[in-house]
Design a protein around this ligand. Structure first.
Ligand SMILES: C[S@@+](CC[C@H](N)C(=O)[O-])C[C@H]1O[C@@H](n2cnc3c(N)ncnc32)[C@H](O)[C@@H]1O
Length: 240
């Protein structure tokens, strides 16, 4: 079994195939699924960045670069953002968006694997990962790599979807992810399987509290958690 297949949450489709398939309408589907709130959640990540001359940010599993672009706009030529993803199609769409926004000089895109980063230790002031840690089963390896490439005193930021602790609300949200989203995706984009995988990835993911503990196990400091949407979305950040 290849590494990609190992990542697959019990589907015949690999994670890479899923993202290559959904790339053309990934951004639109995100807006539909989150009722336009995904931008606000990403903004919370951007708000944590303190811009200094030559700030170096790594956006891991950057997808079609929505967060990468927001980070680059915040930097205003004071530094650089590297977006890394292993789906060529997601990056292709991201690259076009970056060019359209005239940000090609601030953002560099790399096709690569978050589990084995092509960077030296201590390169980045910020290493961020949005809506992607959940998709990678070797997440400890990703966290290890994130910490390795982060400068001392640098900040790790993760943003992801979790199961809410609130009984009733949690069932309602999971019903939405299981019964509404895949059918909607089938109706609009003729893609059921790709979105049927989403609720499974949420169910198989660790909890908000477990992720905070993981960061502690990795000897990260000043760990903070911000829950949104009753704990369906959460932002974790910590310092090296
Ligand atoms: C749900 S998207 C998130 C994209 C983006 N961060 C955002 O906020 O919209 C997950 C991304 O993770 C990428 N990905 C999954 N496993 C990866 C890995 N091992 N290395 C690099 N990228 C990976 C996928 O290709 C996909 O683009």
């Amino acid at each position: 079994m290849s590494k990609d297949n190992k990542q697959s949450p019990s589907e015949s489709l690999t994670i890479k195939t899923i993202f290559n398939n959904i790339a053309p309408h990934y951004g639109l589907m995100n807006k539909i699924m989150s009722l336009g709130l995904d931008k606000l959640w990403r903004q919370k990540v951007v708000d944590l960045v303190r811009v200094e001359p030559e700030t170096n940010i790594l956006d891991l599993a950057c997808g079609t670069c929505d967060l990468t672009i927001m980070l680059a706009k915040k930097l205003k030529n004071e530094g650089q953002v590297i977006g890394l993803d292993y789906s060529a199609k997601m990056l292709e769409i991201g690259k076009a968006k970056i060019a359209k926004q005239n940000l090609s000089s601030v953002i560099k895109l790399i096709q690569g694997d978050a589990r084995k980063l092509p960077f030296a230790a201590q390169e980045f002031d910020y290493v961020v990962i949005a809506f992607a840690l959940r998709n990678i089963s070797e997440r400890e390896q990703v966290l290890r790599e994130m910490k390795r490439v982060l400068k001392t005193d640098g900040t790790i930021i993760t943003l992801d979807i979790f199961r809410s602790n609130l009984w009733g609300y949690r069932q309602l949200v999971m019903f939405y992810f299981k019964q509404v989203i895949p059918h909607l995706a089938k109706l609009i984009f003729n893609q059921y399987q790709e979105y049927n995988w989403l609720p499974r990835s949420i169910e198989e993911f660790i909890t908000i509290e477990e992720l905070a503990l993981k960061l502690e196990e990795f000897d990260l400091k000043e760990i903070k958690v911000e829950k949104m949407m009753g704990g369906v979305v959460a932002l974790h950040h910590a310092k090296k």
